[in-house]
Design a protein around this ligand. Structure first.
Ligand SMILES: Cc1cc2nc3c(=O)[nH]c(=O)nc-3n(C[C@H](O)[C@H](O)[C@H](O)COP(=O)(O)OP(=O)(O)OC[C@H]3O[C@@H](n4cnc5c(N)ncnc54)[C@H](O)[C@@H]3O)c2cc1C
Length: 396
């Protein structure tokens, strides 16, 4: 089998990279280790309206609109943030992955399921990939290999690329629950509920709530107490359970000769929220286009593929770096600090700023607006480390 571009992994990043490589004129094969694209689901399925549009799927995908968040402080005070417009959608992640893969296939991509990348070797400027397809070893010859194979990226490892900087563990259950406020997600912060990150309860349009958390601890041990807190009767109403992980912080370089990594494999995930669909698919468009161009120009060297590394960093790199700084700043706050910050934000002027500038994909914008709007000395003291770490008034 010979292709111009081989994409490993049919998640959102893989399908998008494959589609854009095909649109650039390349012959593209996408392989997926599972027997069904989009399964198993390890995602809360909450994406911004911008991310939804960026996925380039038909409007028919089922979705549930969200316009705000109730943020639960450690002292159980609740801050309600109302975006006053549709800010995000709750989608079925399995359906999303399948719809995106279908769009790739419509663009001319070929796909093979139940086919697992295992290794590659180089032959001149060609790459020979060995995969296990339906239990049998096969070889696929390609010019460019795209690793869209998630957090543990075997492609990245074989290519000798650095790993992501940090990994958080996550656990989530989809439960039947009475949905109190279907337009709002519930977010929970605090050392007891989700140390190092946060927990969520997300209403869906299927009469279920996705209750989950990511943390620097054993998230799985914290899931049942969280479900009890969200809705005691839901502890006995599980529809689906999943455990997963989120990469935080991209490696220093995401390409080498003939190989590039994208999506979770490249740590293209927002460190503030753990959302990877928006940055991953955006970067995948660049990955596919650059791979296609490299094939057309018969130059698949690291030097040529570095255009991808440079372009994705210029699109989302700064937001990821700022996000990492905000996350580090937030993680330094004690529960008392968090109670104070949430209390201080419960103010008409502050809430108006959050409502006007809140952007799930670019959280540094609203943080910056808040930082430079408050005169509360203690709030300034708590957020000063984030300023010191590099967020400036001008936005850099
Ligand atoms: C609990 C949880 C909740 C989340 N909630 C959200 C959310 O609400 N919103 C959001 O934006 N993000 C969320 N994320 C993050 C989001 O799921 C990821 O960022 C996103 O899936 C990354 O897409 P990807 O295509 O890079 O990787 P993946 O979706 O992980 O896809 C990688 C694909 O590669 C395949 N694969 C792996 N190895 C091989 C191999 N050797 N051979 C062949 N195929 C292989 C896998 O089977 C998989 O299909 C969440 C993550 C977790 C863990």
């Amino acid at each position: 089998m010979e292709y111009d571009v081989l994409v490993v992994g049919a998640g959102p990043a893989g399908s998008m990279a494959a589609k854009y490589a095909a649109k650039s004129g390349a012959r593209v094969l996408m392989i997926e280790e599972h027997t069904a694209i989009g399964q198993p689901v390890q995602c809360a399925g909450l994406i911004s309206t911008r991310a939804y549009e960026g996925c380039e799927i038909p409007e028919t995908l089922s979705k549930h609109a969200i316009r705000g968040a109730h943020i639960h402080a450690p002292d159980r005070r609740v801050l309600s943030v109302d975006g006053k417009r549709t800010m995000a959608y709750v989608i079925d992640r399995g359906e999303l992955d399948q719809a995106m893969a279908l769009e790739a296939l419509k663009s001319g991509v070929t796909s093979l399921i139940k086919t697992r990348f295992s290794r590659f070797r180089r032959q001149g400027d060609h790459i020979i990939v060995t995969a296990i397809s339906h239990g049998e070893p096969i070889e696929i010859e390609t010019h460019v290999l795209i690793g869209a194979d998630g957090l543990r990226s075997a492609v990245g490892r074989f290519a000798g690329l650095e790993r992501v900087q940090r990994v958080l563990t996550c656990a989530q259950a989809e439960v039947y629950a009475d949905i109190v406020d279907p337009d709002f997600v519930e977010l929970y912060v605090g050392r007891d509920v989700a140390p190092g990150f946060f927990a969520w309860a997300i209403p869906t349009r299927w009469s279920t709530v996705r209750v989950g958390l990511c943390s620097s601890d054993r998230s799985i041990d914290l899931l049942n107490p969280l479900i009890e807190r969200v809705s005691p009767r839901s502890a006995a109403s599980f529809v689906r359970f999943s455990a997963g992980a989120i990469p935080i912080g991209p490696p220093a370089c995401t390409v080498t000769d003939g190989v590039l990594i994208v999506g979770d494999a490249a740590g293209q995930v927002k460190p503030t929220s753990g959302g990877g669909i928006y940055p991953g698919t955006l970067c995948a468009k660049i990955a596919g286009t650059v791979a296609g161009q490299a094939v057309a120009e018969s130059d698949t060297s690291k030097n040529a593929l570095m255009a991808y590394d440079a372009q994705w960093r210029s699109e989302v790199g700064r937001e990821l770096v700022n996000g990492l700084r905000i996350r580090e700043g937030l993680n330094k706050l004690s529960d008392d600090d968090l109670n104070y910050v949430i209390g201080a934000l419960d103010d008409e002027k502050m809430l108006d700023i959050i409502s006007r500038y809140g952007d799930m994909d670019r959280p540094s914008i609203v943080i910056r607006k808040l930082l430079f709007s408050t005169k509360a000395p203690h709030l300034l003291k708590l957020i000063k480390p984030m300023i010191k770490l590099g967020i400036t008034k001008s936005g850099s």
